[in-house]
Design a protein around this ligand. Structure first.
Ligand code: SAH
Ligand code: SF4
Ligand code: F3S
Length: 442
């Protein structure tokens, strides 16, 4: 029996797909292709309307596969499955099952049931059982591994669907995370990316109040991961700025394996809009936090998420966002146009920003970013960077690429000793629009 999974959305979803794949392989399935499989899964995203539209379009399109091969089982999992449930079964008659985000652990038994006896079903109860049962990994050799340390979100930002489709925030035990990290490292993984909607709230039992300055279970977790022999780098995404406290900053500073790069979602630079978004910080406190982190860890780089065009965003609010972004000087940013999500609180407000204005604001931030990244990269020409080698460049098979701890991509010509997951020094000779080029030092 062959399976194929198409994944939409964030790294959390990619991680879930990996765990589902591992569970299926353990049950005797092998990986096939979209055209040649017995089980076709769509692990979906709901964060913006476009993500749902794309998945639905694709699922509609594969109806013809089912006509050719009626035994094919087609399932939808993940966030859109959670949000729409039965409605998807009604909308897409060739769909066999819908499995929500809190029922992913049911996938293998459900598929086995359906193979014996065909029926259509939708299971969307948000069960916490899923938390510790999604630890399976792809067994093919890799320098990189991802570990989900929490599931769900308790923040309820007014624009966001995630708390509704992923349920309440729950943290895994430290022991199970460490066991997973050690097992990955023993298999050759050298860089681990920790995942959670609000990773810095790890271990706070869902309490939305940011912890005391000297308390951070997440910092303790980083310190223990830092001790794993053979592991070279630790990254994490995303922390919410209010939970980034002095205890966490000092753990980052002292843990040499924790990368010098933070993805710190800003969303807006206007205090008024941040309030409407139910983000519990101000532009000023965000600014101060970045300064505090920079002071403790010189050379650290920042990336962020920003939404333009939330209901009520005036030109003056947008100007504040632009100003703050330029002031912080993010090395990377993901800019999204607001998409009203049914169920999220801001969807109840009138969408007051016209699409052309949204598009214009989006473009302005992208242009600023392009200019800034170009300047940051060219400033690194002539320097020597420590790079974790990843393998052959996607664009040029004659080159390899890797990343600095600060998350810059570096391309270089390989020598015969190159192997993925090792650290090498690279002398930077030139910069491109989004990456660096250099030569390996012996
Ligand atoms: N938990 C993360 C964000 C996860 S969603 C955090 O807050 O740190 C990833 C990004 O999608 C968000 O940071 C936000 O910028 C964007 N996003 C979420 N809901 C959106 C919506 N309704 N419209 C547009 N962008 C949205
Ligand atoms: Fe959504 Fe806010 Fe939770 Fe991030 S913190 S997932 S933006 S509700
Ligand atoms: Fe999308 Fe769900 Fe991630 S809504 S962004 S796949 S948590």
């Amino acid at each position: 029996m062959k399976y194929f999974i198409r994944t939409y959305g964030c790294q959390m979803n990619e991680r879930d797909s990996e765990a589902i794949g591992a569970a299926l392989e353990e049950a005797g399935f092998t990986r096939g292709s979209e055209e040649d499989c017995d089980l076709l899964l769509f692990n979906t995203c709901s964060v913006r309307e476009a993500a749902e539209r794309k998945a639905k379009g694709k699922i509609g399109y594969i109806r013809k596969l089912k006509l050719k091969k009626p035994s094919l089982i087609i399932g939808v999992t993940g966030c859109m499955a959670q949000r729409l449930g039965e409605e998807l079964l009604r909308e897409l008659p060739h769909l066999d099952f819908v499995l929500g985000t809190g029922q992913m652990q049911r996938l293998v038994p459900l598929v086995q049931e359906l193979m014996k006896e065909r029926r259509r079903c939708s299971e969307t109860e948000l069960s916490a059982e899923v938390l510790e049962s999604m630890g399976g990994h792809d067994q093919s050799p890799s320098w990189h591994g991802q570990i989900a340390i929490t599931r769900g979100c308790n923040r309820f930002c007014s624009y966001c669907i995630v708390p509704y489709v992923r349920g309440r925030e729950i943290s895994r035990t430290k022991e199970s995370i460490l066991t997973e990290a050690r097992a990955l490292t023993e298999r050759g993984v050298r860089e681990i990316l920790l995942l959670g909607q609000n990773v810095a709230a790890y271990g706070l039992n869902g309490d939305v109040r940011p912890p005391a300055p000297d308390h951070s279970p997440f910092a303790e977790l980083l310190e223990e991961l830092n001790e794993i022999p053979g592991l070279l780098r630790i990254r994490f995404t995303s922390p919410y700025v209010s939970y980034f406290n002095p205890r966490l900053i000092s753990a980052m500073k002292n843990c040499e394996k924790v990368c010098r790069n933070v993805h710190l979602p800003l969303q807006s630079g206007s205090a008024r809009i941040l309030k409407a978004m139910n983000r519990q910080y101000t532009a000023q406190s965000y600014r101060e936090k970045v300064a505090e982190i920079r002071e403790a860890i010189p050379g650290i780089t920042f990336s962020t998420d920003v939404i333009v065009g939330v209901p009520g965003e005036e030109d003056s609010d947008f100007a504040l966002t632009r100003e703050l972004m330029n002031e912080v000087g993010f090395e990377q940013a993901y800019i999204f146009k607001y998409s009203p999500r049914p169920g999220a609180r801001s969807a109840l407000l009138e969408d007051s920003v016209p699409e052309e204005v949204n598009e214009e604001r989006n473009q302005i931030l992208l242009d600023d970013l392009k200019e800034r990244i170009g300047a940051r990269l060219s400033g690194l020409v002539g320097s020597t960077q420590e790079v974790l080698l990843e393998g052959v460049s996607a664009r040029n098979p004659g080159r390899w690429s890797g990343r600095t701890s600060t998350n810059f991509v570096v391309h270089f010509e390989p020598d015969e000793t190159c192997s993925p997951g090792t650290l090498r020094q690279v002398k930077i000779s030139r910069s491109g629009a989004v990456s660096l080029f250099g030569s390996l030092l012996p």
